[in-house]
Write a protein that binds this ligand. Structure first.
Ligand code: ASP
Length: 248
């Protein structure tokens, strides 16, 4: 598991990778930000820091669910690491596409709409201070040692005095596009509003069918865009407005 967090106004950040026992990786990322002299801890050093900080640890088997074991088996059989609801069927390998014809269900959903485990959150307070955080188990069937975009400040997570952004999707594409930082950069350098900046980055920096993001600005604007089949998302405001969505 891996995660990161960023506090916009002071550009403080913390990140962790390579965790196997920490129940809430994003809380450990916050402790890296607040209680360590560093920005990013990984693997055994991150686990050691977790023990020192006394965060909640779980036996490794807590994280291994029957559903995910089934998913991993299918992904291995299909020799695919991109095996979830976000990937258009036609871009899956032949093996994965064949496996999708198999009516296997996960949590009552056909496997092709199974949600990956990444959770991102962006928030803005009444004084326009933005923050962002992202936490993930990464991609199904990833190589040992692979680090995705989620713990990388500027790729999967970014916040500054203008906005906060969290991304989800194929980490390699998000890293190549420095998606989260680019939203802030075009707001800053091109003077774009939040939605325009998000549209620009999705259109100009992201390969088709790969990812999506959620964003807030210091004005309280909310934006989300993805170029995948869908993206699980929700929004809540202080006056009680709430919305959730999966597809367009
Ligand atoms: N972006 C994550 C990664 O590549 C996966 C995800 O968003 O589901 O590790």
């Amino acid at each position: 598991m891996e995660a990161s967090i960023m506090d916009g106004p002071k550009r403080r950040c913390g990140a962790v990778s390579g965790l196997t026992t920490v129940k809430n990786p994003v809380s450990l990322a916050r402790l890296v930000m607040e209680k360590s002299p560093h920005s990013y801890l990984a693997f055994s050093g991150a686990e050691e820091f977790a023990r020192q900080q006394g965060v909640e640890l779980m036996q490794n088997d807590y994280f291994i669910t029957e559903d995910n074991v089934g998913m991993l088996k299918l992904a291995k059989e299909a020799n695919s690491i991109l095996f979830d609801y976000r990937i258009p069927l036609e871009t899956c390998s032949a093996g994965a596409a064949a496996a999708m014809d198999n009516p296997l269900q996960m949590n009552g959903l056909p496997i092709s709409v199974y949600a990956p485990e990444t959770v991102g959150c962006v928030a803005v307070d009444s004084e326009g201070r933005c923050a962002a955080a992202t936490s993930t188990g990464g991609l199904m069937n990833k190589m040992t040692g692979r680090i995705g975009d989620s713990p990388l400040i500027g790729a999967g997570t970014y916040a500054c005095d203008l906005c906060g952004i969290s991304c989800t999707g194929e980490g390699e594409a998000i890293i190549r596009g420095t998606l989260a930082r680019d939203v802030a950069a075009v707001m800053e350098y091109k003077g774009l509003g939040l939605q325009q900046a998000v549209d620009f980055v999705i259109n100009e920096r992201l390969d088709e069918g790969k990812a999506g993001l959620i964003a807030v600005s210091r004005n309280g604007d909310v934006a989300c865009r993805y170029n995948t089949n869908g993206m699980f998302r929700g929004c809540a405001t202080e006056d009680g407005f709430m919305q959730v969505g999966i597809w367009n």
